[in-house]
Design a protein around this ligand. Structure first.
Ligand SMILES: Nc1ncnc2c1ncn2[C@@H]1O[C@H](COP(=O)(O)OP(=O)(O)OP(=O)(O)O)[C@@H](O)[C@H]1O
Length: 973
C-alpha cells in the first residue's frame, strides 16, 4: 500500500517535472542519479554473486569503490553467468588470500583483462550495452559501467519473467560500446506507457527503432514490484536527460514527493484522529446502549425503545442494529424462559393433580372393594333368605297338597297288632289287608263271612314304627307351619295304642313311637329352618282320669284338678298345666317318663298294665320368621286314649269299674261328637266329657286330625274289633267342614239363622244332660262375644298363618283361641286367672314379648319344684300379648295370594256341616276341604244311631288289670 502510494506519488510528481527540467540544478541531480544508479547496480551484483563473491563491492559504493570492486571482472562474469549461464565459460577466479595481495598484484593484469574481455564480448553478444575496459581505471567513465550492469539486470529480470530465449536485445538491438539507452519519446505517464503496443527505442546516435515491447511492459505492469516500476519510471524520465541535469531533476522530484507525502500523511493523520474519536464515542454509546438494552430487555419494551432513541448518532446504526438483534434474541430467550417456567409450573401442577387423582382413585378403589364386599355379603344373605324362602314355599306347597289330600276329614289309619308271643296266629280274624282296606273274618255269631272296612291307611301286623310314622310326618310338619294337629290312638285294651304312640317297653331307635318321632321331626325341621325361622317348642302333658284333668308334669302329684278352657287362653285348652320348654328329644323323653310315672295305670284282665286314663301330650310351637318377624303358632295333641273294651269283658270291679265307666263315658261322648259331626248336626256335644272338651279344637274342623285305630287279631277280640272298626269308619266319614270367605249375603243370613238355632239347642241340652258343665259359660255365647267386631284382630288366631282352612273357619262357632305361651305362663297360677276369660283377651297388652319363653323355667327339675312361684313371678313382669300382631303379617297375605287363597274374614261364620260344597275349583281354601272329601270315606258308614250304640258296646266290659312297669323311656301306660 505504502509502496503503491509511493509510486503513485512519485509518478504524480514526475509527470510535471518533464516540463521543468531546465529549472533544476543539473549537476546535483546528475550526481544523485549516478549514485542511485550505482547503488542499484552494486545491490544487484551483490545479490547475484552473493555477499562473499561481492565482498570487494560495498552496498553503496562510491565511484572509486565501485570501479575497484569490478576491476578484475570476476563479479561481472559471475553475474553474467547467473543471468546467462555459460556466457563466460572460464572465469579467472582470485585466490582465497587475494585480499592479502596488493591491488591486482596477485594475478596478472592479463588474467584480469581476460575476464573483462570475456564479459564484454558476452554482453556484446547479448546485445547489451558495454563499456570500455579503461572505464574501470582511474578517471574512466564509471557511469558506463553502471549502465552496463543495469542493462544486464534488466535483461536478467526480463528473462526470469519468462522472456527467456527471446532475447529482445540480441539480434535487434545492436549494442554499441558507446552505450545505448532506452528512450521514452512521449510524456505519457510511465504506467500508461507500459500498455502501449509500440515503443520507440532510440540509440544514442539518433536511430529510432520501433520495438514491440508493449506486451513485455504490460506483463511487467502486472508483475513488477513498486520499486521496479519506479526504477523503470525514473529510468524512462532520466534516460534522455543530460547527466548533469539528473541530480537537479531527482532532487526536485524527491522534494515534491516528500511534500506530497507529508501532505498525505497529514491528511491521513487527520482522518485517523477523526476516526479514533468516532470510535471512542461509538464505544461509549455502545456501552451505554448495551446497559440500557439489558435493563430494558429485562424490564419492559418501553425502556428498550428509549434505549434505541438514546443512540447519539447515526454512525452507531450498526451497533443499534446488532443491539436490536441481540435484544430480540434476548427477548426470544426471555420469552422461551418464561414459557419454560410456565410449562414447568403447569407440569408441577399436573403432577400434583395426578397424585391427587391417583389418591382419589385408590380411595375409590378401596371403597368400591368395600362396597363390593358388602354387596357380596348382602347378596349372600339375600340368597340365603331367598333360598330359605323358596324352601319354605316349597314345603308349604307340599303341605298344602297334603292338606288338600286330607280334605278336611278326620284322617283314620288302622293298625293291626301282631300276635303277642305265646299266642296262636292260626286264629287271626284279619283276613286281608290292601292299602286302605281291611277284611275281617267274622264268626257265625256275627254272620259268618267277612266284613271289609276302608280307611286312609291300614297297617298290617308287620308294619314298622317308621312306616307308620312316615304317613304321619306331613302332619307333624304342619305344626311348624302353624297348623293345629291332633293325633290320637283309639282301640281296645292291649291293641297296641301305647305301642304306636310311644313304643314298646324296651325302646330302641327303631321302635320309637309317634310321639318321639314327631318331636324329633319338629326339632330337626326347626333346625333346618333356622336361617328363616326361630322356633321355640314347649310341651304339656295331662291325663283325664275319672273325668278329672290332671297335670302329669308336676312333682305335686296328679291330685290337682285342672280346668279345660276351649274358648279362652289363646289356644291353650288347659292353661293351668305346666308348660315346659324343650330343645331336644331327650328332654321330651325325660318329661314323658315323669308323666308316665304320674299316670294312672292298672292291670286289667286284658292287659297287665292297662292305662286307666286318657293321656295327652301337647306340643306347642311358636316360630318367628326372621325376615318379616311374622309369628307362626301351632300345637299338636298326641293322645293315647284309655282302652275301649267293654266293662264286663275287662272284669272291672270297684275302682276299676268306676274307672272303666268314666272311660266308657268319655269314649261314648267322643262317639257322640263324631256322630254329630258326621250327621252335620247343629249341635256338637263337646262338653259331654273332658275328653271331647280337650279335643274340641282338634275335632272341630280347624285342626288336622288323625286317628290311629288299633285292633287285635285274636278271635276272641272280634267283637271289640268290629265295634272299633265300625266306630273308626264313622269317624273317617266325618267332614270337619270349611268355611267360605266372602260369602254372599244370602249365605250369611242363613248362617246367622243357624247360629240362632244352635244357641237354642245348646240351651236345651245344657238343661237336660250336662249338669257337670252347666256352670261353664255357653261356648257359643262366648264365641259370639269373641267374634264381635270390637275384636277383629283377636279373631285372627295363630292358625291364620299356616292353616288356610282354619282361616276360613276362624269365625265359626267352633272358633279356636290362639295360644299365647306368655299368657299361659301368666295365668298358670289359678289365682291370677281372670274369672271371665274374655276379659283377659280384651284387656291384654298385645305387645310381643322379647323372649317367647323368658318366663319359663328352663330346668326340667326346677319346673316341677318351682313352677308355680316362677310363673307367678313372670306374670308380674310381663303381661304382654302378641297374638294379634302375629296374625296380621303381610307375608302371609302374600303366601295366601300365591295359592290364590283368600284370607278369611274374621267375622265370617261357618255353618259347619251345613256349609255348601263348591262344585269344583281347588282355589279357595274353604272350598278345598269340602270338595276333597273322599267319597270312599263317606260311603264307609251311614250316619245314624249306630254310633252311640257302637260306642256303648265298646264301653261294655271291664276287668282288673295288672300294672306293668314303665320302660326305660316313657312308653305307654
Ligand atoms: N305293632 C305291635 N308290634 C309288636 N308288639 C305290639 C304291637 N302293638 C302292641 N304290641 C304289644 O302288645 C302289648 C299291648 O300293647 P299296648 O300296651 O300298646 O296296648 P294298649 O292298647 O296301649 O293297651 P291299654 O289300652 O291297656 O293301654 C304290648 O306288650 C305291646 O308291646
Amino acid at each position: 500500500m505504502a509502496s503503491d502510494s509511493l509510486s503513485v506519488v512519485a509518478e504524480d510528481v514526475l509527470k510535471p517535472h518533464e516540463t521543468r527540467t531546465g529549472d533544476i540544478d543539473l549537476a546535483s541531480r546528475k550526481e544523485v542519479q549516478a549514485a542511485m544508479r550505482r547503488y542499484e547496480a552494486a545491490e544487484w551484483l551483490r545479490k547475484m554473486v552473493g555477499v562473499n563473491g561481492a565482498r570487494d563491492l560495498p552496498e553503496e559504493p562510491t565511484e572509486e569503490e565501485f570501479r575497484l570492486g569490478l576491476r578484475n571482472g570476476i563479479v561481472l562474469c559471475n553475474a553474467l553467468n547467473k543471468v546467462q549461464p555459460g556466457a563466460v565459460p572460464k572465469v579467472v577466479e582470485a585466490p582465497a588470500d587475494s585480499a592479502l595481495l596488493p591491488d591486482g598484484a596477485a594475478l596478472s593484469a592479463y588474467q584480469y583483462f581476460e575476464n573483462l574481455r570475456n564479459f564484454l564480448v558476452s554482453m556484446e553478444e547479448l546485445g547489451l550495452p558495454t563499456f570500455e575496459a579503461s572505464d574501470l581505471e582511474g578517471g574512466g567513465k564509471g557511469s558506463r559501467v553502471v549502465n552496463c550492469v543495469l542493462a544486464l539486470k534488466s535483461y536478467g529480470e526480463n528473462k526470469q519473467m519468462g522472456r527467456n530465449g527471446s532475447c529482445k536485445y540480441g539480434g535487434i538491438l545492436k549494442p554499441s560500446t558507446s552505450g545505448k539507452y532506452f528512450v521514452r519519446r512521449n510524456s505519457e505517464p510511465f504506467m500508461n506507457s507500459l500498455s502501449r503496443s509500440q515503443s520507440t527505442v532510440k540509440t544514442q546516435d539518433g536511430e529510432s527503432v520501433e520495438q514491440n515491447v508493449g506486451v513485455d511492459f504490460s506483463i511487467q505492469s502486472t508483475e513488477m514490484t513498486t520499486s521496479q516500476s519506479l526504477n523503470m519510471l525514473l529510468h524512462a524520465i532520466l534516460s534522455d536527460k543530460k547527466p548533469e541535469e539528473v541530480p537537479v531533476i531527482v532532487e526536485s522530484m524527491l522534494s515534491r514527493v516528500m511534500r506530497e507525502f507529508e501532505h498525505r500523511i497529514a491528511s491521513q493523520n487527520e482522518q485517523v484522529k477523526t476516526t479514533k474519536k468516532d470510535l471512542t464515542d461509538g464505544t461509549k454509546s455502545f456501552c451505554e446502549a448495551k446497559n440500557s438494552t439489558e435493563i430494558s430487555s429485562i424490564c419492559c419494551e418501553k425502556e428498550t425503545v428509549k434505549t434505541e432513541n438514546s443512540f447519539p448518532s447515526s454512525k452507531d446504526e450498526d451497533f443499534r442494529i446488532s443491539l436490536k438483534d441481540a435484544e430480540t434474541s434476548k427477548e426470544k430467550l426471555l420469552r422461551q424462559h418464561l414459557l419454560f417456567d410456565r410449562q414447568k409450573r403447569e407440569i408441577q401442577e399436573l403432577k400434583v393433580s395426578l397424585q391427587t387423582t391417583r389418591a382419589g382413585m385408590e380411595l375409590m378403589r378401596t371403597q368400591n372393594a368395600q362396597e363390593f364386599s358388602n354387596l357380596g355379603r348382602h347378596m349372600q344373605v339375600l340368597a340365603q333368605a331367598a333360598s330359605g324362602y323358596h324352601k319354605v314355599l316349597e314345603e308349604n306347597r307340599k303341605l298344602y297338597n297334603q292338606v288338600q289330600d286330607l280334605k278336611g276329614n278326620i284322617r283314620v289309619y288302622c293298625r293291626v297288632r301282631p300276635f303277642l308271643p305265646g299266642q296262636s296266629s292260626s286264629m287271626s280274624t284279619v283276613g286281608h289287608i290292601d292299602d286302605g282296606n281291611i277284611m275281617i273274618i267274622t264268626p257265625s255269631k256275627y254272620g259268618k263271612g267277612h266284613k271289609s272296612f276302608s280307611f286312609n291307611k291300614v297297617f298290617g301286623p308287620f308294619a314298622t314304627q317308621e312306616e307308620v310314622f312316615s304317613d304321619t310326618q306331613p302332619l307333624i310338619r304342619s305344626v311348624l307351619d302353624g297348623y293345629n294337629v291332633c293325633i290320637f290312638a283309639y282301640g281296645q285294651t292291649g291293641a297296641g295304642k301305647t305301642y304306636t304312640m310311644s313304643g314298646p317297653n324296651e325302646l330302641t331307635e327303631e321302635s320309637f313311637g309317634v310321639n318321639y318321632r314327631a318331636l324329633n321331626d319338629l326339632f330337626h325341621i326347626s333346625k333346618q329352618r333356622k336361617d328363616t325361622f326361630c322356633y321355640e317348642i314347649a310341651v304339656q302333658m295331662i291325663e283325664i282320669y275319672n273325668e278329672q284333668v290332671r297335670d302329669l308334669l308336676t312333682n305335686d302329684g296328679p291330685q290337682k284338678r285342672l280346668d279345660i278352657h276351649n274358648s279362652s287362653q289363646k289356644g291353650l285348652a288347659v292353661p293351668n298345666a305346666n308348660l315346659v320348654p324343650v330343645t331336644s328329644t331327650t328332654e321330651v323323653i325325660e318329661l314323658m317318663n315323669i308323666g308316665q310315672k304320674n299316670r294312672a295305670v292298672s292291670a286289667t284282665a286284658m292287659n297287665d298294665r292297662s292305662s286307666r286314663s286318657h293321656s295327652c301330650l301337647t306340643i306347642h310351637v311358636q316360630g318367628r320368621e326372621l325376615a318379616s318377624g311374622a309369628v307362626l303358632r301351632g300345637c299338636m295333641h298326641l293322645v293315647d286314649l284309655a282302652g275301649s273294651e267293654r266293662v264286663n269283658k275287662s272284669e272291672a270291679k270297684g275302682d276299676r269299674l268306676k274307672e272303666a265307666q268314666h272311660i266308657n263315658k268319655s269314649l261314648s261322648a267322643l262317639g257322640d261328637v263324631i256322630s254329630a259331626l258326621a250327621q252335620k248336626s247343629s249341635h256338637i256335644p263337646y262338653r259331654n266329657s273332658k275328653l271331647t272338651q280337650l279335643l274340641q279344637d282338634s275335632l272341630g274342623g280347624q285342626a288336622k286330625t288323625l286317628m290311629f285305630v288299633h285292633i287285635s287279631p285274636e278271635a276272641d277280640a272280634i267283637s271289640e274289633t268290629l265295634s272299633t272298626l265300625k266306630f273308626a269308619e264313622r269317624v273317617a266319614s266325618v267332614e270337619l267342614g270349611a268355611a267360605q270367605v266372602n260369602k254372599e249375603s244370602g249365605e250369611v243370613k242363613e248362617l246367622r239363622q243357624q247360629v240362632a238355632s244352635l244357641k237354642a239347642a245348646l240351651a236345651k241340652k245344657e238343661g237336660e244332660h250336662f249338669q257337670s258343665t252347666t256352670s261353664s259359660p255357653d261356648m257359643y255365647r262366648l264365641k259370639s262375644g269373641a267374634t264381635s267386631p270390637a275384636h277383629p284382630n283377636q279373631m285372627q288366631t295363630m292358625e291364620d298363618f299356616g292353616n288356610i282352612e282354619v282361616l276360613s273357619c276362624s269365625a265359626m262357632m267352633q272358633e279356636r283361641v290362639e295360644i299365647d305361651l306368655q299368657d299361659l305362663l301368666r295365668t298358670s297360677d289359678s289365682s291370677l286367672w281372670p274369672e271371665d276369660p274374655l276379659r283377659g283377651w280384651e284387656g291384654d297388652n298385645l305387645q310381643m314379648p322379647d323372649s317367647f319363653y323368658q318366663g319359663y323355667v328352663p330346668d326340667v327339675v326346677r319346673v316341677y319344684r318351682d313352677h308355680h312361684r316362677s310363673w307367678a313371678n313372670s306374670i308380674a313382669t310381663d303381661d304382654s300379648d302378641d297374638l294379634d300382631f302375629a296374625t296380621s303379617d303381610s307375608s302371609e297375605q302374600d303366601m295366601l295370594s300365591q295359592y290364590n287363597l283368600p284370607k278369611s274374614n274374621s267375622n265370617a261364620v261357618n255353618g259347619g256341616s251345613k256349609i255348601k260344597r263348591p262344585q269344583s275349583g281347588p282355589v279357595k281354601s274353604s272350598e278345598t276341604r269340602t270338595q276333597m272329601a273322599s267319597p270312599s270315606r263317606k260311603l264307609a258308614n251311614t250316619p245314624g244311631q249306630t254310633v252311640n250304640r257302637s260306642n256303648r258296646q265298646l264301653l261294655s266290659g271291664s276287668a282288673d288289670r295288672k300294672r306293668r312297669p314303665i320302660g326305660k323311656a316313657a312308653s305307654g301306660k
